[in-house]
Design a protein around this ligand. Structure first.
Ligand SMILES: C[S@@+](CC[C@H](N)C(=O)[O-])C[C@H]1O[C@@H](n2cnc3c(N)ncnc32)[C@H](O)[C@@H]1O
Length: 491
């Protein structure tokens, strides 16, 4: 195990205070390096460095965002003598004439997150602790954030989901098998002045046996592979067993009213029915579940993607892909899916399971959408006949984008296609004619759905037949938009 980080709480607290007082934040990064700062990699650092002025905050960006050495005098000017001493005490940098950073520290929202430095791909050690990765961002976006008593983050890594939960949970437990991950989590808690995060070492849910939580997050080491190379990637479990265990245990540890947001993967023998296993896992939890596949691939693409670090060495790449393909062949697996499983435990009302594809590249913060969606499943299941929804007062609950495609036909212009897209959150879309869009756009919760449809019909001069067609279309669309949290039923 590397000698850093050292989770010296007093030193990390000093360092956090110094970083904040120099103004190190997402805003400062965007101002100094532009909106794309976070998508750069180590190759971009020398160019990014040239954009930086000679100011104290730019020194911090140079050292801990770009992971480049700075002079000791510049570091003292930016962080003060105590801040520089804290770097030595925590092991986050080698301090001599120069300050040579061993780690990166990224501002993520209001959180400062220290982790191992830029990845060296195949040369990363087995206990490498990654920063705020694209999958960490997906899990962050898909986590509901109500005020809760107890939260749990399993496989915490740098601790990012524990830190984010610590802002709205009274107490957070963070688990990992990797002691370096837990050292980073403890250090990061102090860096952010948080005293409500408890770290426990152990596999999956073993360290929290018999306990329940109001919020559970887990970005699982879900990559199905024949290898055991990196703690963050390979769980060492067979097939997709780590994911099955995470879903099952999350259900068991979820308190009444609680939410779980889990990133997992699942296998299928048949590309045309890719989700049977995950559906069965969720069904067995007894919770309501929302399954959100983000990608699916055949074993070859899966093997190529997860061995891309070998792309510069065709022989090693070929051997690895062969080994992975043989593993999947032996398992009889033809399709691998990755995505999120969201669980909600509610003992009153009927439970439901829904599945929607989401585009992980086009995902905004969706926590409120998720809470609203689960909230509406109970009244929807209790309504019985869909027609009873006509008596409910419904309102638009999040930004919507209404799209119409028009085509000239003779002397007229006709609607050929239309859809309603969520302009925030998970950005799903449903087909909707222009007339149905009119109805949805008028839903402010003041009138029943029936009254809004009738008023729209009057305004558009619809015949009885056209009105009943509109009613049936609006009922279907309203049902879906309620289920995905874009609309809400008013009490
Ligand atoms: C994909 S990383 C996620 C890290 C972090 N939560 C995030 O979202 O950035 C998976 C994490 O699970 C940890 N891990 C691997 N096997 C584990 C196990 N059996 N039990 C608990 N954690 C495990 C790894 O050390 C790593 O920190």
């Amino acid at each position: 195990m590397s000698q850093f980080p050292v989770p010296d709480q007093a030193a990390a607290t000093d360092l956090g205070a110094a970083l904040r007082s120099v103004g190190y934040s997402e805003d400062a990064l965007n101002r100094l390096l532009g909106e794309d700062a976070y998508s750069g990699d180590q190759d971009d650092a020398p160019v990014d460095e040239r954009r930086l002025p000679d100011t104290p905050v730019a020194t911090v960006v140079r050292a801990f965002f770009l992971q480049l050495p700075v002079s000791r005098s510049d570091a003292v000017r930016a962080l003060g003598e105590r801040g520089v001493q804290a770097l030595t005490a925590t092991g986050l940098a080698a301090v001599g004439e120069e300050v040579d950073p061993r780690v990166r520290i990224l501002p993520i929202g209001n959180v400062l997150l220290a982790s191992d430095g830029y990845s060296r791909d195949g040369d990363d050690p087995p206990d490498y602790v990654a920063t705020y990765t694209p999958t960490a961002r997906v899990l962050d976006s898909l986590t509901p954030r109500p005020k809760v008593e107890r939260a749990l983050d399993v496989g915490t890594g740098s601790g990012v989901h524990a830190l984010l939960a610590a802002r709205h949970a009274r107490h957070v437990t963070a688990t990992d098998v990797n002691p370096r991950a837990l050292a980073y989590t403890q250090l990061n808690a102090a860096l952010n002045g948080l005293a409500n995060i408890e770290c426990r070492q152990g596999s999956l849910f073993d360290p929290v046996d018999g306990e329940t939580f109001d919020l559970i997050t887990c970005n699982a080491p879900y990559v199905v592979s024949p290898e055991r190379r990196w703690a963050y990637r390979d769980s060492g479990f067979h097939e997709d067993e780590v994911s099955a265990r995470v879903v099952k245990a999350a259900g068991e540890h979820l308190a009444e009213g609680g939410f779980a947001s889990l990133l997992v993967s699942w296998l299928a023998e048949d590309e045309d029915s890719p989700d049977e296993r995950v559906l069965a896992w969720v069904e067995a939890t007894g919770c309501s579940g929302w399954i959100l596949p983000t990608q699916g691939s055949d074993p070859l693409d899966h093997a190529a993607e997860w061995n891309s670090h070998l792309a510069g060495d065709p022989q090693a790449f070929g051997e690895a892909v062969d080994e992975w393909e043989h593993y999947f062949e032996r398992l009889g697996v033809r399709w691998v899916s990755e995505g999120a499983v969201l669980l909600h435990r509610r003992s009153n009302g009927r439970r439901a399971i829904r599945l929607d594809q989401v585009d992980e590249e086009d995902l905004d913060e969706a926590g409120d959408q998720i809470q609203r969606a689960f909230e509406s499943w109970i009244p929807l299941s209790e309504l019985g006949r869909p027609g009873r929804l006509l008596d409910a007062r419904v309102s638009v609950a999040m930004p919507l984008l209404l799209e119409r495609e028009l085509e000239p036909q003779g002397t007229r212009v006709i609607d050929v296609e239309g859809r309603i897209e969520l302009a925030a959150g998970m950005k799903q879309a449903v087909d909707a004619t222009a007339d149905a869009q009119e109805v949805i756009a008028s839903l402010d919760g003041s009138l029943s759905l029936r009254a809004v449809i009738e008023a729209t019909g009057d305004r558009l001069g619809l015949s009885d037949g056209e009105l009943s067609q509109l009613e049936s279309e609006v009922l279907d669309i309203t049902h879906v938009l309620l289920e995905i949290g874009a609309l809400e039923v008013k009490a």
